[in-house]
Structures are given as C-alpha cells and as structure tokens.
Design a protein around this ligand. Structure first.
Ligand code: ZN
Length: 67
C-alpha cells in the first residue's frame, strides 16, 4: 500500500466524457490504474454518461422556442 492518498485528479468527469486531451487522459489512466476509488468513480460516471447519451439534447437545454 504505497500509493499517495488524497491526490485524486479532478478530470475524471471530463475523462469519462472523452473531453480530455491525450496527455491528460493518459495521466488519468495512470492514476486510475492504481487508485481503486477513482476507478469506481469512473464506473459511475460511465453509467451517467450512458444515461445522458440516451437523452436528447433538447431535453437538457431549456427549449426556448423563438418564433
Ligand atoms: Zn484517485
């Protein structure tokens, strides 16, 4: 157990959404490879992303009909 605790990256959400650059994504991967907490968190984020994937963008945005 020689992992630095309390040093979690904040880009997990963006990583789950594939919104990170290759360098940042690599850093997240390196961290999650050691950090079980973040891996679990990523799992949850992936589920959320799946749900959001099935939701039409119109449902997320405030549909302001201009006309
Ligand atoms: Zn972590």
């Amino acid at each position: 157990m020689d992992q630095a605790a309390g040093d979690h990256p904040e880009g997990l959400g963006a990583y789950a959404l594939d919104a990170l650059g290759p360098a940042e994504a690599a850093a997240i991967r390196e961290h999650t490879a050691r950090c079980r907490d973040c891996r679990q968190h990523l799992d949850e984020l992936a589920e959320v992303r799946d749900v959001l994937d099935g939701v039409p963008l119109e449902a997320l945005l405030d549909s302001s009909s201009d006309g």
